[in-house]
Write a protein that binds this ligand. Sequence first.
Ligand code: FA5
Length: 340
Amino acid sequence: MLETQLEELRRATLAAFASANSLEDLEGARVEALGRKGSLARITKEFGRLAPDERARLGKLLNSVKQDLETEYDAKERRFEETALAERLANEWIDVTLPAPGVHPGSLHPVTQLQQEIEDLFTSMGFAVLEGPEVETEEHNFDALNIPSTHPARDMQDTIWLTSGHLLRTHTSPVQVRGMRKLGPPFRMIAPGRVFRNEEVDASHEHTFHQLEGMMVDREVSVANLIYFMKTLLSSIFKREVTIRLRPGYFPFVEPGFELDIHCLICDGVGCAVCKYSGWVEQLGCGLVHPNVLRMSNIDPEEWSGFAFGLGLTRLVMMRYGIDDVRQLLSGDLRFLTQF
Ligand code: FA5
């Protein structure tokens, strides 16, 4: 009797496995036959009533039925999985050119953007772009610029000195010295870069900021040449009328020297923290290269003359985008940076 039930269970379950059209059907047939409350478990309960001999004989049969069903179940399950995978591979495709979800492409820092624009402008006018080291020698940063150690002008820029005797450059002007020695006259060069000062930080003063140096050495260079290039620079950057004023300025490496201010574009000249309520923001220092400076870099001032300027790139970015606090530029705050 139990023997017949076992044989019937094997036949019926194998048939149910064979006709199953989905994993769910297959699993249903398995639970019905092999589950905890399934047919096989029910038959097993009957074994208690059997004589030992009979129990041993039917026990073997029960194991073989169980094994057959499990083997067939595994094989059929694998076939379903293989078919599902093949279907997925046939239908699925990936566009590898799509940007990854959730990843935002970076953008250039506004200082870098303006720097590149000015580089393009000046290279189109025959200027070379030079770089100098941020850790400088005293000679390049001061002495060769006509600022010997006893000179009071050294106090104009609060210097960060290193224990090695080197310093963090306080301006990009040391690249003038490198340019004169490397290129020799006649030449035109610009040099953008980071500079460092032991400065009291406020809305318009950072301890680390960007400048852009410019220098032209040729025969008979005059203030008129300097003004031409400064006007070309400012009209190219602002693409609108900006009011400028030129004041006499003292820098030991130029003579005459000037400071160029622009009418504050943050407050339109009314007065704000950036322009210190004066309506004007100092943008750059400039002038005609001092004969001593030319001489110290082996250029004969009787034969050659030049102009130089040092632009506050950071301040120019502030004017251009209406940024009212210089500290935002180095903050690394993405809420600020993603606007550019
Ligand atoms: C100089 O650094 C001179 N080397 C400029 C120069 C070059 C003059 C060549 C003549 C010939 P000054 O210290 O004024 O000068 O700085 C130049 C510009 O850098 C300033 O006009 C201003 O726009 C900017 N600047 C100065 N200090 C800071 C600061 N702490 N934070 C942001 N910008 C500053």
